[in-house]
Design a protein around this ligand. Structure first.
Ligand code: AHG
Ligand code: MN
Ligand code: MN
Length: 336
């Protein structure tokens, strides 16, 4: 059940029963992410003040403020999930290896692992442009009470039980799915609560926005070049316009609301694409499918790719269904 203006806390409780594994554990996990998101949001909003605070010599907090925000966000999400004893393992863009939690404790019954991109679009921080956090949740495949293993993280995207993102934009939103549609919650900073503002989010079948770093055009596979030209041609009455923020979360969020496609294809500099399968592409692909959109590497459904490494990269094409299908047609016809 969704009611506009419900708080996220109320929504989690009221919808817990509809989740197929409902035991309260996933609800506690989403609650922890909600908490960490608020803490990181507070820090992201202060990013422009770092020099000012430094200049007046408030050394007590200066050190923390000067810490890179992606490191700060990483610590906050890991701390929140670890201290509250919510998950059995975490993998992050900022950590070479996965982190096993309480693996020595035989009574440790937590079933879930989380993968995160703590700060997505970090090149946009210094210029006051939206950034985000992405998360992906799986049930472990190894038995509870034993140390978590790499194979608990290397699951196909189709096995995800929840995924979402936080966008720290003109307002801060938390958008997530547990496999029953996608809902978006906006933070009221005065009160510190997220409210359901965007129930049942959905991509339109067709869209008009294409988002790609065209600076890499020369490097793109021929199929992608042809698709971009198709969007640019004046023949007929094509509605396309280009928008590229350079943070996946923000580009995806806009495209889901307005209708569009995001592309990060392979190129000579990024022979497998740039984006990471496990904590960037898969969570976005799960959200896209739950919102009537589509995600692929140009040939294969993203959620069907079998992962082989924690930080694996894949080409990523995601958004309105008909637009993604069009790219796949061009890839079939013109290929690399
Ligand atoms: P991150 O900041 O987590 O490393 O991710 C950046 C990613 C993604 O968010 C964005 O869409 C893409 O990199 C932008 O890459 P280009 O600057 O190469 O276009
Ligand atoms: Mn990222
Ligand atoms: Mn990142």
């Amino acid at each position: 059940m969704t009611r506009k203006n419900q708080t996220l806390g109320e929504f989690i409780i009221e919808n817990q029963a509809s989740f197929k594994y409902s035991s309260g554990e996933l609800s506690r996990l989403i609650n922890s992410i909600r908490l960490a998101a608020k803490v990181v949001n507070h820090e992201v909003n202060k990013a422009g003040l770092v020099d000012i605070i430094g200049a007046v010599g408030e050394t007590n907090i200066q050190g923390e403020n000067q810490q890179k925000l992606d490191v700060y966000a990483n610590e906050k999400f890991i701390q929140t999930l670890t201290k509250r004893n919510i998950v059995c393992g975490i993998a992050s863009e900022e950590e070479d290896d996965f982190i096993a939690i309480n693996s020595q404790d035989e009574n440790h019954q937590n079933k879930y692992v989380v993968l995160i991109d703590p700060l997505d679009g970090s090149s946009n921080i210094d210029v006051n442009v939206s950034v985000g956090t992405i998360f992906s949740v799986y049930r472990r495949v190894t038995p509870v009470g034993t140390p978590v293993q790499l194979k608990d993280f290397l699951q196909k995207g189709s096995e995800q039980v929840a995924a979402g993102y936080v966008v720290y934009g003109t307002s801060t939103m938390l958008v997530y799915t547990t496999g029953a549609g996608v809902n978006g919650f906006t933070l009221n900073p005065a009160i510190g609560s997220f409210y359901l503002s965007h129930p049942n989010m959905s991509f339109s079948e067709e869209g008009s926005i294409y988002s790609v770093n065209e600076g890499n055009y020369q490097d793109f596979p021929l199929g992608i070049k042809k698709y971009i030209k198709y969007c640019q041609e004046e023949e007929g009455d094509r509605p396309y316009t280009s928008r590229y923020i350079g943070s996946l979360v923000s580009d995806f969020h806009r495209n889901m609301i307005k209708g569009g496609i995001y592309m990060y294809p392979k190129g000579s500099r990024n022979p497998n694409g740039k984006l990471r399968l496990l904590y960037e592409c898969n969570p976005m692909a799960f959200l896209a499918e739950q919102a009537n959109g589509k995600a692929s590497d140009g040939y294969t459904r993203t959620l069907d790719v079998i992962p082989t490494a924690l930080h694996q990269r894949v080409p990523f094409i995601c958004g309105s269904k008909k637009m993604v299908e069009k790219v796949e047609e061009f890839m079939q016809e013109f290929g690399e």
